[in-house]
Design a protein around this ligand. Structure first.
Ligand code: SAH
Length: 243
């Protein structure tokens, strides 16, 4: 699916930005980079900013027009920060990526990114079925070109389902069951009572608050054993003192 998604940079001025885009794309498993009339390309600046993504630069397709770059694509999206008078629907990167994750299973898709100084022209946006706007500061909405590609590529990777999710914390012991927690609360109540902490009138609300604390902690059986050990020892010490 990601291989059907093409990033098209239109008349990019700074070759460093082209390199940074290649890097952003490769980080997010995108590979198809098309360059429409780049000012300077290839370039040592691009290669150095690509920082290991130079394979994408080497495979980049340089075109003379946007029409040539998108000729075989069925879905064309224009990335634009500016609110324009054209009445084309405007999508967030997340909504757009979720739609593309389905469409790009069997269709070629192009996302156009404009010039650093002037973005995409209106007649270029006319080539797009949808505009994509990255939500940003209304008074300072224009991202650096590579940063904009990064945000969009990230959403595409997540929407594609290929993002490696954070590893689930490996626990030493299974989570405590409800029955184990209930017997812990019983033990806790007794201990709090024995040390004179609990006022019988307020015990319900305190126990409810304490339950909330332990619910958040999602204790495993080993952790529960430690807490019960502490309760046991504290009450034993107390008894010894007053026996
Ligand atoms: N100064 C230009 C913006 C240039 S930024 C202008 O006023 O249009 C270069 C490109 O990055 C833009 O053409 C657009 O494709 C993309 N981009 C930057 N910020 C964006 C945003 N908030 N939403 C969508 N695309 C954005």
């Amino acid at each position: 699916m990601l291989s059907n998604i093409r990033i098209v940079l239109v008349e990019t001025s700074h070759p460093g930005n082209i390199g940074a885009v290649a890097r952003a794309m490769k980080n997010m498993c995108l590979t198809e980079l098309y360059l429409v009339k780049p000012k300077i390309f290839p370039s040592a600046d691009a290669t150095s900013r690509a920082s290991g993504a130079d394979d994408l630069l080497a495979a980049a397709v340089v075109c003379d027009s946007i029409q040539e770059a998108i000729a075989d694509c069925e879905i064309i999206i224009g990335a634009s920060a500016r609110s324009r008078t054209i009445t084309v629907p405007d999508e967030s990167p997340r909504v757009c990526a979720e739609r593309l994750a389905v469409a790009a299973q069997d269709k070629k898709v192009a996302i156009l990114f404009g010039r650093e100084n002037s973005g995409l022209k209106n007649h270029e946006l006319d080539l797009c079925q949808t505009l994509l706007a990255i939500p940003s500061n209304a008074d300072y909405s224009s991202l650096n070109l590579a940063a904009a590609v990064q945000v969009v590529s990230y959403e595409l990777l997540v929407a594609s389902g290929q993002a490696t999710t954070t590893k689930v914390e490996k626990r030493e012991a299974p989570l405590a069951t409800s029955a184990q927690m209930e017997s812990f609360y019983e033990h806790l109540y007794q201990a709090l009572d024995e040390i004179g902490f609990i006022n019988p009138e307020k015990s319900t609300s305190i126990m409810r608050r304490l339950r909330r604390v332990y619910h958040r902690a999602a204790l495993d059986t080993k952790e529960l054993d430690i807490l019960r050990g502490i309760l046991k020892k504290s009450t034993a010490v107390l008894h010894k003192k007053y026996d």
